[in-house]
Design a protein around this ligand. Structure first.
Ligand code: ASP
Ligand code: MG
Length: 443
């Protein structure tokens, strides 16, 4: 058994759904379970409809139009619309009327509202599979066994889900049925609909894969897998053949928006391989995500950068041998709800980075009570994701590249994550540094 997950753009309209079906048919011998996102930008459109409802206007035209057009273009006929789609659209409309009357949108209502996207898309897709002779059943996540806590808009999957999913999905697949399951959504024990956070369908797929003992979870995208660098920056960026779960989650945080950051956890627990595949190029092997790499792997998997970062240097001789100094410094950040990205410390100083968007005047005044503070804008973080047990080798190459290009490294941090080495350079040098490093590590 395998799990195949397709995101919103892969099921954006009738043509894309046909294309997905062609790919899935190839994999039928491996007994797939499908996990789908909402069609196209439906999730955003639902959120926009909620905003309109808050302003007193109720309209489901765009969502209704998209789904009914797809049903028409897929040749699915009246009764699919009548029995599967129209009741959901009715319910959605009633909900929007409710929102327009009470003029309030709680997290719980929001999750109930966006759930219609995935609930509609799986019904359209499953009906299409049946129409081309593939036995198929649409399943809402809760009917597939997914339970979550009640942290609306960003719920956690509960452990009890694993046994229930195995009990539902296993027998379905064994009886030759293609289950088409909603990504992104779940239900609490007391029956309220939740969502797992934007982009959460990846997580649904890995939870189902881990729970049902899949031999592989395939996440289908529109790129050839995880790339060694941003292709807009580095022309010869190329797909990475294999990365570890840790490297993949770290990459998700660092801008390579290939996978939902939390989605690696379930498969890591069960060592279920995850593969990122390209729906525009199904023959390409994609990137495989596994527990450990084969011998002979390069030390670095990928290089990313984040521009427009502010570097804060806090220096105080009072820090020497003291306790509580770091706590005081970080309390100032906490009070102002500032999120810190990188940190490096010495006996008498702390360097850290923040997004440039923040106004730091008040923070500076506060910190200057205990230390001298230097704030420098216009910096970039360059991050190497790879095998930190080979850090000396990685740093040697990195510093060599920087020295030869006359680039001054202004801070270095080798995280506890064992896969991430980051350093700070001037913003306008970041592009060149990434290119030069890419040439050095991947040539
Ligand atoms: N449809 C949801 C979103 O757009 C979930 C997903 O696509 O994974 O965020
Ligand atoms: Mg989406």
């Amino acid at each position: 058994m395998i799990v195949m997950k397709f995101g919103g753009s892969s099921v954006a309209d009738a043509e894309r759904i046909r294309h997905v079906a062609l790919i899935v048919k190839e994999f039928l011998p491996r007994k797939p379970v499908l996990v789908l996102s909402a069609m196209g930008d439906t999730t955003d459109h639902l959120l926009e409809a909620a905003d309109e409802a808050l302003g007193g206007k109720v309209s489901i035209e765009r969502i209704e139009g998209l789904h009914l057009a797809a049903i028409g273009a897929l040749g699915l006929g009246e009764d699919v619309a009548r029995t599967e789609i129209l009741p959901l659209l009715e319910e959605l409309k009633s909900l929007l009327i409710g929102i327009s009357l009470i003029r309030e949108l709680t997290g719980r209502t929001k999750d109930y509202l966006v759930s219609f996207g995935e609930r509609l898309s799986v019904r359209v897709a499953a009906a299409y599979f049946r129409s081309i002779g593939v036995k198929s059943k649409a399943l809402d996540a809760w009917d597939a066994g997914l339970r979550s806590d009640s942290n609306y808009t960003s719920a956690e999957v509960l452990d009890e889900s694993y046994a229930s999913i195995a009990a539902v999905i296993g027998p379905l697949v064994e009886s030759g049925i293609l289950p088409v399951v909603t990504g992104f959504i779940a239900k609490t024990a007391d029956g309220h609909i939740t969502t797992l956070g934007r982009g959460g369908s990846d997580l649904t797929a890995t939870v189902i894969g881990a729970a049902a003992g899949a031999e592989e979870v395939q996440v289908w995208k529109d790129v050839d897998g995880i790339l060694t660098a941003d292709p807009r920056l580095v022309k010869d960026a190329r797909p990475v053949s294999t990365v570890t779960y840790e490297e993949a989650s770290e990459l998700a945080y660092f801008g390579a928006q290939v996978l939902h950051p939390r989605s690696m956890q379930p498969c890591k627990r069960t060592s279920t391989p995850v593969r990122v595949k390209n729906s525009y190029n199904p023959a390409a092997p994609g990137t495989r995500i596994v527990s450990s790499l084969e011998a002979g792997a390069l030390p670095v998997r990928a290089i990313t950068s984040k521009k427009n970062v502010t570097l804060v240097d806090i220096v105080s001789s009072r820090m020497l041998g003291q306790h509580g100094f770091l706590a005081r410094v970080f309390a100032s950040f906490e009070e102002r709800r500032l999120s810190v990205d990188m940190v490096a410390t010495s006996e008498v100083s702390i360097s850290l980075t923040l997004d440039a968007a923040h106004d730091l005047v008040a923070l500076k005044r506060e910190l200057e009570k205990i230390a001298s503070v230097d704030i420098r804008k216009g910096k970039a973080i360059v991050t190497l994701i790879g095998d930190v047990s080979r850090s000396s080798e990685i740093l040697e190459t990195t510093f060599g590249v920087c020295a030869r290009s006359g680039v001054q490294v202004q801070m270095v941090s080798q995280g506890a994550s064992k896969v991430n080495i980051s350093f700070i350079v001037d913003d306008d040098q970041a592009g060149e540094v990434v290119k030069a490093l890419h040439a050095a590590f991947f040539a």
